[in-house]
Design a protein around this ligand. Structure first.
Ligand SMILES: [Ca+2]
Ligand SMILES: [Ca+2]
Length: 225
């Protein structure tokens, strides 16, 4: 093989690997606080487990669902992500109110962190993400939470560089106000995985949990560059 064709092949491969698109379905029960938690087993509804860290309702209804582990895609430091999202989630199953990926009340959620994954302030029930290394986050310090209320980061930022373990707002991936632009999210040093899921709690506040009454899903198309 001559040098020219070898280089051309290498170049094609690197270009092909550069941009990749993933289609994911993020369920209302995909608990972002369980991202990377290989030490946790999700107990059946009505059962308990000493190492299960999420709050549950004190009662069970026939339409309740077990919490689920959020999905992840691979990354490296410095990769840039954009998102296209659709779908709705009902956070109180059977209620008439369905949330879109940008979430409900914009400043309504005020959740604590858990096991190396930060808390979250911002829109209730929005699509959120978290970058992790290959380690179980519970072996790491819980980082400071990001604040997406209108007084702080808001929902219309152009670009965001969250740290490892910091839960971040994604929403519909666009800054709003009719803009066609896509918001850009940059993977931090040490990142090997991007998880997408839901930040829930009773009243979207306090300790994470209250996932069992969440119905529906957001459809998410992720582009990694
Ligand atoms: Ca948005
Ligand atoms: Ca709920």
């Amino acid at each position: 093989m001559n040098m020219y064709s070898s280089n051309a092949t290498d170049r094609r491969i690197s270009l092909r690997n550069f941009k990749k698109t993933y289609n994911l379905r993020v369920r209302g029960t995909d608990a972002i606080f369980l991202a990377g938690r290989t030490d946790v087993t999700i107990p059946q509804l009505g059962r308990s487990s000493t190492n299960f860290p999420l709050l549950r309702h004190s009662y069970i209804r026939s339409d309740f669902l077990s919490e689920t582990v959020p999905k992840s895609i691979p990354t490296r430091a410095g990769r840039a992500f954009t998102f296209r999202t659709t779908g709705t989630i009902d956070f109180f199953n059977g209620s008439a109110s369905r949330y879109i990926p940008d979430g409900g009340v914009p400043n309504g959620s005020n959740l604590f962190g858990l096991g190396g994954i930060s808390g979250y302030r911002g829109a209730e029930g929005a699509l959120v993400g978290v970058f992790l290394s290959a380690k179980n986050p519970a072996t790491q310090a819980t980082p400071r939470r990001l604040n997406f209320t209108s007084q702080r980061l808001g929902l219309s930022f152009e670009q965001l560089s969250p740290k490892l373990g910091q839960v971040f707002f994604i929403g519909d991936g666009r800054p709003g106000n009719g803009s066609d632009r896509q918001q850009k999210f940059i993977a931090p040093p040490g990142a090997t995985r991007l998880f997408v899921g839901i930040a829930d709690g009773f009243g979207f506040d306090g300790l994470p949990g209250a996932y069992e009454d969440n119905d529906g899903a957001y459809r998410v198309v992720i582009t990694r560059r």
